[in-house]
Ligand binder design. Structure first.
Ligand code: DAH
Length: 346
């Protein structure tokens, strides 16, 4: 065996390649599955145990030398090819590897598409916000627990104890964009605002400190709760299928009155009950309600003339359901083995 290793070493040292075909022949002869080096690795199994150590080192060394030589041959060929007049014009072009959309983007675009079809525009706001847009104008009381350091990432706080409209923070929800839209546009307003939000949560399979939401806002004369319900029913049917059922449960948000949470019938078990819906047959998908008159007034809209509805939903949850991903952290790790699986048309 040692003799063969030595004679291969000599052969490799001598080997030359001028064309890509010759380099490939080198690879096939020494390194391919049926090449000489893998063949030696096969034989290595039968080497006597006391000789294994010495021969194993030599064999690994041989493989490395062959790999290095192969890379050297190839680099010599490609640099020779780049000399003017020396290019191989028949060489096939490098294949372009097309990337794929991130699953969160796929779901976000799906949501945007559905609302665009019924006349909603898309608006965006900053991720770095002030307390005024994230909380105060949305009717959060000064002592509301969501303002607490435990939930909110503050960038600069004017006073440690009291919240201040000038405090700078990472937005905790995309409802802050509602405020910016109402301050700058006149009704009728029909818009959705997708974006990243931040909360000071311990990272686990089910929670993350960064996630994505889509906020919706509709303001006009005579907008009613029935309009809200019908809009959400349209959305749920487009998103989850024609047979989906929705239900609205009373809830509380400072910026809506009345407020509700919407559940959809579980698309995994068809409402019969499974471990995804915790045997209730329903999945919670969004919060919603009629925009509180205090919010309209704080943003310069006459609450006697106009009414409106708003809703807000997370994107990770429906993406987890659709793709059966059971760990949220996968969405943020950018592991191409995970991302390549979502190779749908753009
Ligand atoms: N901002 C809420 C959250 O982050 C979601 C929400 C609920 C938005 C109700 C709304 C709404 O516009 O009306 O949990």
């Amino acid at each position: 065996m040692l003799e063969r290793i030595n004679s291969l070493l000599a052969e490799i040292a001598e080997a030359k390649a001028v064309t890509a075909e010759e380099a490939e022949a080198f690879r096939i002869r020494f390194l391919s599955k049926k090449g000489q080096i893998p063949e030696l690795f096969e034989e290595f199994r039968n080497v006597a145990p006391e000789a294994k150590k010495e021969i194993g080192v030599k064999l690994n060394n041989l493989k490395q030398i062959a790999l290095d030589k192969y890379n050297l041959l190839r680099s010599e060929i490609s640099s020779a090819g780049s000399e003017p007049g020396n290019e191989d014009l028949t060489r096939p072009a490098f294949p372009y590897v097309l990337g794929s959309r991130h699953p969160i983007s796929i779901i976000r675009n799906e949501i945007i598409d559905i609302f665009k079809r019924i006349g909603f525009t898309v608006s965006e706001g900053p991720e770095i916000e002030d307390d005024d847009h994230n909380f105060t104008k949305l009717n959060f009381a000064p002592e509301h627990p969501a303002r607490d350091m435990q939930d909110t990432f503050y960038i600069s706080r004017i006073s440690a104890e009291d919240s201040n409209p000038g405090d700078i923070l990472l937005r905790t929800h995309t409802s802050s964009v509602q405020v910016r839209v109402m301050q700058t546009q006149k009704p009728p307003i029909r818009t959705i605002s997708p974006g990243r939000v931040f909360r000071n949560e311990a990272i686990s399979a089910r929670a993350h400190c960064i996630f994505h939401q889509v906020e919706g806002l509709y303001i006009d004369e005579n907008v009613s709760f029935a309009d809200l319900r019908q809009t959400l029913l349209f959305f749920a049917r487009e998103m989850y299928g024609k047979d989906i059922k929705i239900r609205l449960r009373p809830s509380f948000f400072p910026f809506t009155e009345p407020s509700a949470e919407m559940d959809v019938s579980c698309s995994i078990c068809g409402g019969k009950g499974c471990n995804v819906c915790k045997y209730t047959g329903w999945l919670e998908v969004l919060g919603c309600g009629m925009v509180h008159p205090n919010v309209l007034e704080a943003c310069g809209i006459d609450s006697r003339k106009y009414t409106g509805f708003a809703f807000g939903m997370g994107i990770e949850r429906p993406a987890m359901l659709k793709y059966q991903v059971n760990d949220l952290r996968l969405y943020f790790e950018n592991d191409v083995r995970f991302l390549e699986q979502f190779n749908t048309a753009f």
